[in-house]
Design a protein around this ligand. Structure first.
Ligand SMILES: [Zn+2]
Length: 434
């Protein structure tokens, strides 16, 4: 199995026979895909062709998987293995109703652990280091990372979320080198400590591994976390139905390296037209995933709804695997008079204002819709001790307009006025929408 050091084009030719075998497996074992592919005139692996023809196959949407579920098929008709062979069933948090179940056979789990090991390994954590984490992994696929930490020989100190006091005590007493959490929580911890006169910058923590939301890839948020903790921030990204930790950033901090090589194939598409985009340096689009050797519930051309910017070419770390920076989730996108606006981009631009702002924002639309009429209501929290003033508000409004081409209506609020979280920050607050 590759470890990211062979040329990328060579990896893709290695994927070819594995992909063909996976299609064969899908047609043999997955009722969902047998039916879906037949509707496109594909009844055999030969009909489907190879990776060069993959872009002609239909996408898989999360909603289709959900629609295939009933009491007889609680997982969905894409279940392709016998339940006797399934050794673990994770759930997604599911914003609506029943959770989606994600089954794994032993081999799937081992592959995910390998992917996660590569991803976290890229971040430069190694055997013997102590890592305190705040994941409430429980029923979620993030639990696989725990197996990866053990495989890597890390001393893992799971503290969980919800008890900042206990977490900071673990940092003080056990002196971990590594902290694993969401970027929102890393920021919150630093503020929490500052209020109590604790200097996180001189703590034992010198690496912070963030995941779960795009903040770790926003330059301003990263800069603030790194300054507060005196630590290097790297991020990781996965997707429940495909694999945990599919992407992991190395110490050179130039985006997250693909860590699923040999197990997962990815494509980049235009999210509006669905057209395949060439994998070129700087290309932007939505990630689409295809399992290459998955058994329990393999997916074909699964639309992630994650929008990324791609970097190709060998990284200074020696890995040849492509890198991405997440731009945002399609689900978070607002369109303000024809202009696409990701809330995380707004936070990043506001953060550039510098020491006058805390870095915490809240977009509060007046109407419950993707399409918004300007000005977009934007609440900006000030830094500790800074008083609201008109000049600052117009400076922020101007900067957002210059960089994102969006007109906003700025409300400045004192430090601490917006909610903090030990999980993911909601950048859009719909409570004001009618
Ligand atoms: Zn690298």
């Amino acid at each position: 199995m590759s470890t990211g050091d062979i040329p990328w084009h060579e990896q893709r030719s290695r994927d070819e026979p594995v992909y063909r075998a996976q299609i064969e497996y899908l047609l043999g074992h997955s009722a969902f895909y047998r039916e879906k592919l037949a509707a496109s005139g594909i009844r055999s692996a030969q009909d489907a062709g190879g990776l060069a023809d993959l872009h002609e196959l239909p996408f898989t949407e999360k909603d289709e998987l959900r629609a295939s579920r009933d009491d007889e098929h609680p997982i969905g008709t894409h279940l392709a293995a016998s339940m006797e062979d399934v050794i673990r069933v994770y759930s997604t948090s599911g914003t609506t109703g029943t959770p989606s179940y994600i089954p794994l056979v032993a081999e799937d789990l081992a592959n995910w652990v390998e992917i996660s090991t590569r991803s976290y390994g890229a971040s430069g954590v190694s055997a013997g280091e102590r890592m305190v984490t705040t994941y409430n992994a429980g029923p979620f696929v993030a639990g696989v990372t725990l197996d990866a930490f053990a495989k890597m020989g890390l001393c893992h100190i799971p503290v969980g979320a919800g008890n900042t006091d206990r977490l900071m005590t673990a940092v003080r007493l056990l002196k971990p080198q590594v902290l694993g959490c969401t970027p929102s929580y890393a920021m919150h911890l630093a503020e929490w400590a500052a209020e109590r006169g604790i200097d996180t910058a001189t703590s034992s923590v010198n690496k912070i591994l963030v995941a779960g939301e795009p903040g770790g890839g926003e330059p301003e948020m990263r800069r603030r976390i790194e300054a507060a903790w005196g630590a290097r921030v790297t991020e990781a990204m996965g997707i429940g139905d495909i694999s945990v930790s599919l992407w992991g950033e190395c110490a050179h901090q130039d985006g997250m390296h693909f860590s699923g090589e040999g197990f997962v194939y990815f494509e980049l598409i235009d999210p509006e037209t669905g057209a395949l985009l060439p994998l070129e340096d700087g290309a932007e689009g939505e990630l689409v995933y295809t399992h290459l050797r998955h058994k329990a519930a393999p997916l074909l051309r699964f639309r992630s709804r994650d929008r990324v910017r791609l970097s190709m070419g060998r990284c200074a770390c020696g890995r040849s695997t492509p890198r991405v920076r997440c731009i945002g989730r399609t689900d978070d996108l607002l369109i303000v008079r024809g202009v696409n606006v990701f809330p995380s981009a707004v936070r990043d631009v506001v953060g550039k204002i510098g020491a006058d702002v805390s870095g915490t924002i809240s977009i509060q639309p007046k109407t419950k819709a993707v399409k918004q009429v300007p000005p977009l209501p934007l609440v900006v929290e000030l830094a500790r001790g800074v008083a609201p003033n008109q000049e600052l508000a117009s400076r922020i409004r101007q900067r957002v307009r210059d960089e994102l081409l969006v007109t906003t209506e700025i409300t400045l609020v004192p430090f601490g006025a917006l909610p903090r979280t030990d999980y993911k920050t909601k950048l859009v607050d719909w409570s004001q929408s009618g």
